[in-house]
Structures are given as C-alpha cells and as structure tokens.
Write a protein that binds this ligand. Structure first.
Ligand SMILES: [Zn+2]
Length: 176
C-alpha cells in the first residue's frame, strides 16, 4: 500500500450535458443537481433519461466522469414499454450520481451491434469505458433499484481505489 497525494484530475467532476453534449467540470463541492451547462446554459440534470445516439456516445462515456446506464429498447417491444416509466422514475432518484440514457435499437443499429444486444430490454451500466453490469429482461422498480445500487457501488470502489490506494491509473499493472 502506498499513500500518494490525491490525483489532481479527481478534484472536479466532468459531466456531459444531456442536451448539447458539451462537458462541464464541476468543483467537488458544487451542487451538481443545480449546476448548468457551461456551453448551452441548460440544466446538467433534468430528472429524465436522455436519448443516446452513436454520435453522442463518446461525450457521455469517454469524456464524462458520470456512470451511465443505458436502456436498449424498441417501439414494438411490450416489456420495454412496461419498464419505461420505472426507468424514468429511477432516473430522477439516482441523479446526480448516474446518467440515464435510452437507445432506440431500431434507429441506432450501430450502437446495438457494438453492445451485441441480442434481446431487449437490456440494461448496460458503464463507467470509465467499462461495462460494470448488464441485465436483460424487464424488471420491477425494486429489482431495478437494487441492481443499480449494486452497479453503482462497484464504480465507487473503483474511484476510491484510484484516489486513495494508487496514484497511477487503475489499469496499470501492480508492482509486486
Ligand atoms: Zn449543454
């Protein structure tokens, strides 16, 4: 175990705007729920899932520090539609800790193929370019909330390790 100084990049949080995709960096103490986008002035959190497309994907997974949960759905999918209000209600509950997004698999075939989506609805939880958790099939609110807390706790573990245990990026090999 080493005891390095906190990583300077971790002082603030980079959050991609749900409207224009510009990335705003917030100070650690700043109230994210009240914060506004530096580019378009819109709220960084709206309490609703955003519509994610291939064009918007990189801003929200590659440049944002915020964990992202994606609901892969389609208009003809009954279970998708039954889960939609549950997913939307949980978006308001989990902000500003998680960004909620929906991918229309008919319109965004490229993203669906990239994620190898074979059945819908499928939820994918992404943090720091990595899929932390995935689940297929419609869920009720209680199960979905538990699944989200479990996935979120894994990302917090990653962040803590990065901040407190090593000064190097988490993907570097450990020295024996
Ligand atoms: Zn914006």
């Amino acid at each position: 175990m080493t005891h390095p100084m906190p990583h300077p990049d971790r002082a603030g949080r980079a959050i991609a705007c749900p409207a224009c995709d510009a990335v705003t960096t917030l100070a650690a103490a700043e109230d994210a729920k009240a914060a506004r986008c530096a580019a378009c002035g819109g709220p960084l959190f709206t309490g609703r899932p955003m519509a994610l497309t291939a064009a918007r994907f990189n801003a929200h997974t590659g440049q944002s520090d915020l964990p992202l949960v994606i609901d892969f759905w389609a208009d003809w999918c009954g279970p998708c539609k039954s889960m939609a209000p549950v997913f939307e209600a949980l978006a308001a509950e989990f902000e500003p800790h998680v960004r909620f997004a929906k991918v229309d698999t008919d319109a965004e075939r490229e993203l669906a193929e990239y994620f190898r989506i074979s059945t819908i609805p499928t939820l994918s939880f992404i943090h720091e370019h990595r899929e932390v958790a995935r689940v297929a099939g419609a869920m009720f609110a209680g199960d979905l909330r538990r699944w989200l807390y479990d996935a979120l706790s894994q990302t917090e573990g990653t962040a803590r390790d990065t901040e407190e245990d090593t000064a190097s990026p988490a993907h570097e090999p450990e020295t024996p």
